[in-house]
Design a protein around this ligand. Structure first.
Ligand code: MCN
Length: 788
């Protein structure tokens, strides 16, 4: 059995020896021309003119295209794939982006024109010669102010910046609970705007072949079929079968590379215009203003407790930025994923949440690791933490009092989600033991009064993943189903190729899918090759996002491989002239039980391709396509426990210990899941302590345009992580798996914030907004001491 073991990553030889093949490494026959985008310098402005004549005449320039050209060429805007019905029943047309802006720009970095030239330097020079005349307008980048009556309008054709409102839960029941409550906690929380910054920036190489009317686009992307669909239907408007999208090795995506970006259709079109391959590679600074961004919530929230610390109700009123435009799927993050995750692993009888999604003059919001769930968990866990301190109850004990008991699963939340299986109480017990909770609390007492204060932070979550197609359809998703597919092909010589509709960009599918296939086929894991990311090779797929790949594509691999093995067994039985039920499989051979008759697996695979002596009616060949649409969503869960020290004199927060218990159902590869947890925690801690897409609130100019201003976490910022597992297999798929890819991030925001508050509570600090920088800690301490 390979499943359940830490098989070393099969893809790493390629990566560690520098043999990875990223888009920028790909050479095409005719040398590619280079594209440079001219981007908006203003956050909100009318475009008076875009003059390109000088640029067009410059050396090496092949074309300069503008928003007007884009429209004339018949190219379209993006459309919403996950429409959200506003619960106030007011219909507001979604504001959607085109490949190049015409007439107006709504954020700094929005593409206005593209210059294509023989060399990158020539394209850069010509881009500087494009003259854009703007009439600037006031802008709004502060989400908390976007609905103020005097807030500047992102889209002047709309009456306000409100895109839609979603209200869920039972407001009356929540109000009654607050009236009866013995204790109430109220908080105002900002969930900062951040961006993914993958190691490999966004990168596109597009070609157009006139003879066949065929586009081929190599792109650093997480969902090739989804991009193809969008190009075919909405933006390029070209027959889908005449577009090939290849996402080769991708150096991290984190949700951002599943998003729609205007450079994609524009590059394809530019390649057609110049009749040459065209290449564009984002620079880091360009990425910081033009990659999709994430989070950006402002929330007023409350929690009610009875006298024994039992949670009676939670209520959240959130303004969530969508950025300047709505996107294909970004809208469902604040409108669906976020409210649904507010209950977490706790018994909370009454819930109410209102989310007002607004436009602001900033890059569009789309998915980023966790997408909606870290935002919700941050609200939930901050409220519980403050409740514990307010009531004088140990924060761990308070959580344990409120956990949904294991025996109550499947458990239906007040918002109607039915959690399949989890055991938060057991996770808490495991986490305490691994962390040394009691000892750490003792040490904390001893630290009181000193310069370095110890704080312990806890966060526990349930991560809803892998929605089936019927749920996706009920959400209003028009294009994206909840299923995925895989083809398993056994070659005549016995080696195996798996073609899956997901896309690995760091998650290790080449290893875990090989483990799943090898177990079903009883072959060696090294004999299995996994191919993803090419619409010309892979049948169809929804790509990788929302920690759904193992549940969907992984199960499809299992189904296809299992069916093929049955076919091999039937062939073996035919050749050995026995019944299939008389066969065992040992040491690479089919054996007739109780005899010495046997047939090597390779003889069976050869026979399958040779034909001529197969069971009646059986088709030759060994290839099987399978799809998997889960029965229902599955619910991963986790519990994070961390210790920090806060230096009261400098405000510096240092992480001392970090423990996470992960329940992603049955674990396929513990080493990979641990790695996923490490990366996820680091991204969550990055947001909690340092990352921020900050804007100048007057001008709307981004203030973090390089890594000098946008602080990314480094290995030296972290201690060793201790990851434990608590496996409760999901009944929604035959592998029993749940998602693991985002869990680390979901728990980390609350764990860090709560550890800091836990350290500083005795000094009067009740909350510090992210990023919890030394300056903010210091200010909070100063303000608290003034209050005292
Ligand atoms: N796995 C396992 N056992 C389980 C569940 C998962 O061994 N019970 C393994 C999987 O087989 C896979 C990995 O863990 O190798 C992650 O699986 P899964 O939870 O199914 O998530 P996805 O493969 O769908 O990955 C998506 C998820 C998301 S949404 C983001 S964002 C993210 C992430 O994964 N972006 C990443 N992890 C990332 N890791 C890297 N290195 N780079 C990114 O861009």
């Amino acid at each position: 059995m390979y499943m359940g073991t830490s098989v070393r990553r099969l893809e790493d030889r390629r990566f560690l020896t520098g043999a990875g093949r990223y888009v920028d490494d790909i050479a095409v026959g005719t040398a590619a021309a280079h594209a440079i985008f001219v981007r908006s310098a203003h956050a909100n402005a009318d475009l008076k003119s875009v003059s390109v004549d000088v640029a067009r005449a410059m050396p090496g320039v092949l074309c300069v295209l503008t928003g007007e050209d884009y429209e004339k060429a018949g190219l379209g805007r993006f459309v919403v794939w996950s429409p959200v019905s506003s619960t106030d029943k007011v219909e507001r047309p979604p504001m959607m982006q085109a490949g190049l802006a015409k007439d107006r720009v709504c954020y700094v970095g929005e593409p206005i024109a593209v210059v294509v030239a023989e060399t990158k330097q020539q394209a850069l020079d010509a881009a500087e010669a494009v003259e854009v005349e703007y009439t600037p307008r006031p802008s709004i980048t502060d989400t908390s102010r976007a609905l103020d009556p005097d807030a500047p309008l992102v889209h002047p054709n709309l009456p306000s910046n409100l895109a839609y409102v979603v209200e869920v839960g039972d407001a009356a029941r929540v109000e009654a609970a607050f009236t009866d409550a013995a204790h109430v906690v109220e908080l105002e929380l900002v969930n900062t705007r951040i961006t993914a910054n993958p190691m490999e920036p966004r990168c596109i190489l597009a070609t157009y072949e006139r003879a066949t009317d065929q586009y081929t686009i190599w792109v650093s992307h997480q969902g090739p079929h989804m991009l193809r669909r969008d190009l075919a239907e909405n933006t390029l408007r070209h027959p889908e079968h005449k577009i090939r999208v290849v996402a080769p090795d991708v150096g991290g995506g984190f949700g951002m590379k599943f998003a729609n970006h205007p450079e994609e259709p524009t590059l394809c079109w530019a390649a057609k215009v110049v009749g040459r391959p065209v290449r564009w590679t984002s620079t880091r600074s360009e990425g910081l203003i033009s990659d999709s961004q994430a989070r950006d919530h402002w929330t007023k929230c409350r929690m009610a407790f009875d006298k024994d610390g039992r949670i009676l109700a939670i209520s959240a009123d959130t303004v969530a930025s969508l950025g300047a435009y709505q996107t294909r799927m970004g809208g469902s993050i604040p409108a669906q994923f976020y409210p649904n995750s507010l209950v977490g692993p706790y018994t909370i009888p009454a819930v109410h949440c209102r989310v007002r999604c607004v436009y602001t003059n900033a890059p569009p919001i789309q998915s980023y690791r966790g997408a909606g769930r870290p935002e919700a968990n941050y609200v939930l866990e901050s409220l519980i933490e403050n409740g514990a301190h307010q009531m004088g109850i140990d924060p761990g004990k308070l959580r344990a009092t409120n956990f949904i008991p294991a025996s109550a699963f499947p458990y239906t939340t007040p918002l109607g989600l039915t959690y399949d299986v989890a055991d938060p109480g057991e996770m808490w017990r495991k986490a305490q033991a691994l962390f040394g909770y009691e000892e750490m609390r003792e040490e904390q007492k001893r630290s009181r009064g000193g310069r370095l204060l110890l704080g312990i932070g806890i966060a526990c979550f349930i991560d809803c993943v892998g929605a089936p197609s019927r749920v996706a359809a009920a959400f209003g998703r028009k294009v994206v189903g909840g299923w995925d597919s895989a083809t398993v092909r056994i070659h005549p010589t016995g080696q195996v190729t798996v073609l899956a509709g997901s896309h690995s960009h760091g998650q290790g599918h080449a290893t875990t899918y090989a483990q799943i296939a090898a177990d079903a086929l009883h072959c060696a894991v090294h004999d299995v090759e996994v191919i993803e990311g090419d619409t010309a090779q892979v049948q169809y797929g929804h790509g990788t996002w929302g920690s759904r790949s193992t549940i969907t594509a992984g199960t499809a691999v299992h189904k296809a491989a299992t069916a093929l093995f049955q076919k091999c067994r039937a062939i073996a039985a035919h050749l050995l002239e026995c019944s299939a039920s008389d066969l065992s499989f040992e040491g690479g051979d089919f054996r007739v039980v109780g005899t010495d008759r046997r047939l090597p697996f390779r003889s069976v695979t050869l026979a399958a391709y040779q034909g001529g002596n197969l069971p009646d009616g059986m088709e030759p060949g060994l290839e099987q396509l399978a799809a998997h649409d889960p029965l229902d969503r599955s619910y991963a869960s986790g519990l994070h426990l961390c210790a920090v020290t806060v230096d009261c004199e400098t405000g510096r927060v240092t992480i001392r210990r970090y423990v996470a218990i992960d329940d992603c159902g049955r674990v396929i590869n513990p080493m990979i899941v641990e790695g996923q947890a490490h990366g996820g925690i680091v991204q969550g801690v990055g947001q909690a302590l340092m990352e921020h897409c900050a804007f100048d609130l007057e001008s709307g100019q981004p203030l973090a345009g390089t890594f000098m201003d946008y602080a990314m976490p480094r290995a030296s910022d972290f201690p060793r992580f201790d990851i434990g597992f608590h496996e409760t297999p999901s009944p929604t798929n035959p592998l029993g798996v749940k998602g693991s890819g985002e869990s680390g991030t979901i728990g980390a925001l609350g764990a860090i914030r709560n550890a800091v508050v836990d350290a500083l509570w005795p000094l009067g600090v009740r909350h510090i907004d992210m990023p919890i920088t030394p300056a903010r800690v210091w200010e909070a301490l100063k303000a608290a001491s003034k209050r005292r």
